[in-house]
Design a protein around this ligand. Structure first.
Ligand code: AMP
Length: 196
């Protein structure tokens, strides 16, 4: 199995790199952000709880996201492995993930952090919003400068400490996320070849 965790702030390129790996390895991509946006759209109980929190750029509760991820990694499309994109985002989520995987006799193949220059992230997010609008796709309500600021704060306070958590346990790989999509992709491939 190929089980990957992507770490990195909003706009770092986690989604872009995940999509490529899904095709390459036939594994599933679990983006908690996408799953939550689908729940909001469908108006499920989880969606109703998450909507305002997401629009403000804050984090949804650990219980909710841990629940949705644990259920999803059991699905048949994840039988070859999974990529977690946007999860874990807190220490509690990272610990819960390790516990759930241990119960299932599974481990993480690689934890990959995309390291980026924060000053350039806002322009990437603005580009994403402009591209979505041009393609006629819905623009994310949290791709605004104000919500982005909140998302960066949540990242710094709650998610950035995960690098140390994975580094302590010898599982952290870092990649320079400011390089081109292709260059980042080939560095990731090297890490995965070494890890399997
Ligand atoms: P993303 O698409 O990963 O940028 O996530 C969009 C929003 O969904 C975040 O700003 C949070 O409000 C929420 N969210 C996504 N993943 C998580 C998570 N693992 N823990 C808490 N909230 C999350």
């Amino acid at each position: 199995m190929m089980n990957i965790v992507f770490l990195g702030p909003p706009g770092a390129g986690k989604g872009t790199q995940s999509t490529r790996l899904v095709e390459k390895y036939g594994i599933c991509q679990l983006s908690t952000g996408d799953m939550l946006r689908a729940a909001v759209k469908a108006g499920t109980p989880v969606g109703l709880k998450a909507k305002a929190v997401m629009e403000a750029g804050e984090l949804v509760s650990d219980e909710i996201v841990i629940g949705i991820v644990s259920d999803r990694i059991e699905e048949p499309d994840c039988s070859k492995g999974f990529i977690l994109d946007g999860f874990p985002r807190t220490l509690k989520q990272a610990e819960a993930l390790d516990e759930r995987l241990a119960e299932k006799n599974m481990t993480l193949t690689a934890v990959i952090e995309l390291v980026v220059d924060e000053d350039r992230l806002l322009s990437r997010i603005e580009k994403r919003a402009a591209e979505a609008a041009a393609a006629g796709d819905p623009v994310r309500k949290d791709d605004t400068p104000q919500a982005f600021k909140e998302r960066m704060e949540a990242y710094r306070a709650q998610t950035a400490p995960l690098s140390a958590y994975y580094s302590r346990t010898g599982r952290l790989n870092t990649v320079d996320g400011m390089k081109s999509i292709e260059a980042v992709a080939s560095e990731i491939d090297e890490i995965l070849v070494a890890g399997t």
